[in-house]
Design a protein. Structure first.
Length: 189
């Protein structure tokens, strides 16, 4: 496991996002031959709800988590016929060290134009350390429990905040699809 640290606006975040994705892709493939041979097992990806629905000010973090969601989503279809399960854990806010100075670095706002859109998220990141609604012990139990489920989900959201963000995204996508369906369908030959 690697220690993650990222900046909320620029800095070295692209490199760290790439490192996070590389760490995952170099760690999972060595386990796959064993899982395939035994025709069982469970690949768990500890991601973030930010990998399903990101927010202003954390786009680079969200991008790295989106990448980490795509890999296990593909593996889910590839490994299911072999009896190997794949689950993406999508936690919301939990009382860990993620928001303290050892887990996150919020850089000073560099572009005034982004203050209105990204400012509230940046402020929340700075103020919510120790106030996150999730209990890490309960999250750990949920992760263990999902490995024992007969039919585990591809995605498991943890925390009411994660559920709320995941529920909101399909609603937005559906509204936009309904509004722009005629354009999407007009591109056929």
């Amino acid at each position: 496991m690697y220690r993650r640290s990222w900046t909320a606006t620029g800095g070295s975040a692209p490199g760290k996002a790439l490192l996070a994705t590389t760490a995952y892709t170099s760690g999972t493939p060595p386990t796959l031959p064993t899982l395939r041979a035994q025709r069982s097992g469970h690949v768990l990806n500890i991601g973030s709800v930010g990998g399903f629905a990101t927010a202003p000010a954390v786009g680079l973090y969200g991008a790295s988590k989106f990448a980490l969601e795509g890999i296990p989503e593909a593996l889910h279809g590839e490994l299911a016929p072999l009896g190997v399960r794949v689950t993406i854990i999508e936690p919301g806010g939990f009382r860990t060290d993620f928001l303290n100075s050892s887990g996150i670095q919020v850089e000073p706002a560099g572009i005034v134009d982004y203050v209105a859109g990204a400012g509230p998220v940046r402020e929340a990141l700075a103020k919510n350390d120790g106030r996150q609604p999730g209990d890490p012990a309960k999250a750990a139990k949920a992760v263990v429990d999902v490995t024992e489920a007969a039919e585990p989900p591809l995605r498991l959201q943890l925390g009411a905040d994660a559920v709320e963000r995941v529920e909101a995204k399909p609603d937005l996508v559906r509204r936009e699809l309904d509004q722009w369906r005629h354009v999407a369908l007009s591109t056929a030959i």
